[in-house]
Design a protein around this ligand. Structure first.
Ligand SMILES: [Zn+2]
Length: 386
């Protein structure tokens, strides 16, 4: 985690992003002086912590591959459950070996005292090898047998991996279909992080929340590339897989990559009852768009939005700063959703959404339980068929 952000003076609505592998959205953080006395910053106050823990919060989008007592103590202190998500990133020395990652992630889950559940994955880079589909399914089933509750597909499908003809493979490729059917058959959930924010396809803009991410990760910056992946095509393929697998619960990570087109996201949610989205690393997009429209959207789709951060804890992460970063993210996000406080983002004054308690509980807890059966372990889980 390369979180080099200085949290000074005021609250900064940062997008937490595990920028070792994940998108985006690291805002260009510009702290400005508090506009009044009503601006909180940093980690939780005692009272805030009480309010947070009372939500029975669940974060359905984290990447934790390191077992450390201080990390587990934080989960307990925050009364937090997490979904620990695997992915294969061939460009990251820490994330390119699925077997090693799986071992580390299971260690986290097993040491977490029931606070972490596993979202496994398959290696899409083996796409062109004979028997790919069969091998992938066998691997997933082995993980399901051990208790994995979900499967992630990542943006390397659509934006990186190519077929024999040199075209980007898409999520609705026929070779993936039996995998999706297998996931549905086991009543597990598919997390689809496909595509990236629009800013990947837009000219460089220092004011964009994602500017520094793409500076650090030009490999995911499509603008100016000779043969860029097409966001439209990627999302069309995503929609197709959601439509073709009505019994499969699909959770679109990062607001389904429709952070800048909430009307389109609403329309997708209307079309596909088996589709929900997490808000990981996209809270600022909800805060920076007109408040009334965001409130209307969240209210209407209160059963389909799932709290998540994209926080990470990688093998080489520093534990103390990780714990601090995670806590500050949770404190900041809670202020956005639960309070009507003034907050400063990129020098812009915004107001917390002050969601009513019943919607907050759905966002932070109930929806995670419904869309990810097994996330709490044991008997506490609800079950939802989409
Ligand atoms: Zn992630």
């Amino acid at each position: 985690m390369v979180k080099t952000i200085a949290f000074s003076v005021v609250v900064i609505l940062g997008l937490s992003a595990c920028n070792s592998h994940q998108p985006p959205n690291r805002p260009s953080q510009t702290a400005s002086a508090p506009a009044g006395g009503n601006v909180a910053s940093g980690g939780f106050s005692n009272r805030e912590l009480q309010q947070f823990t009372a939500l029975d919060p669940i974060d359905t989008h984290t990447h934790a591959y390191r077992s450390d007592p201080a990390f587990f103590a934080m989960l307990t202190r925050l009364n937090l459950h997490i979904l620990d998500i695997e992915l294969v990133d061939d460009r990251s020395p820490e994330l390119k070996n699925l077997a090693a990652e799986t071992k580390a992630a299971w260690q986290v889950v097993r040491n977490s005292d029931g606070r972490a559940a596993l979202c496994t994955t398959f290696d899409p880079f083996k796409f062109r090898e004979p028997g790919f589909t069969r091998t992938a399914i066998a691997g997933l089933n082995q993980q399901f047998a051990q208790g994995a509750i979900a499967v992630k597909i990542w943006k390397n499908i659509g934006m990186e991996i190519k077929d024999a003809k040199g075209n980007y493979i898409q999520a609705d490729n026929p070779l993936f279909e039996p995998i999706y059917r297998d996931i549905a058959k086991h009543n597990k959930t598919l997390i689809a992080h496909l595509a990236d924010p629009n800013s990947s396809w837009a000219p460089p803009n220092p004011a964009s929340p994602d500017y520094s991410y793409y500076k650090e990760h030009p490999e995911w910056y499509m603008y100016g590339k000779a043969h860029p992946a097409s966001k439209q095509q990627i999302l069309r393929a995503r929609d197709h897989l959601v439509q073709e697998n009505p019994k499969l619960r699909v959770v679109g990570a990062h607001l389904g990559s429709l952070e800048a087109d909430i009307p389109q996201l609403a329309s997708d949610l209307d079309r596909f009852p088996n589709f929900a989205v997490d808000v990981a690393a996209r809270v600022p997009y909800l805060m920076l768009q007109p408040r009334a429209a965001m409130l209307a959207f969240i209210t209407k789709y209160q059963d389909r939005l799932i709290y998540a951060t994209d926080n990470d804890f990688l093998p080489k992460s520093n534990t103390a700063s990780t714990v601090k970063d995670w806590e500050e993210t949770y404190a900041r996000d809670r202020r956005c959703f639960a309070t009507g406080d003034s907050l400063i983002y990129n020098g812009q004054k915004v107001q917390g959404l002050a969601l009513p308690p019943e919607i907050l509980h759905k966002l932070y807890h109930d929806n995670a339980v419904r869309w990810f059966p097994g996330i709490l372990g044991g008997s506490q889980n609800g079950k939802v068929s989409p």
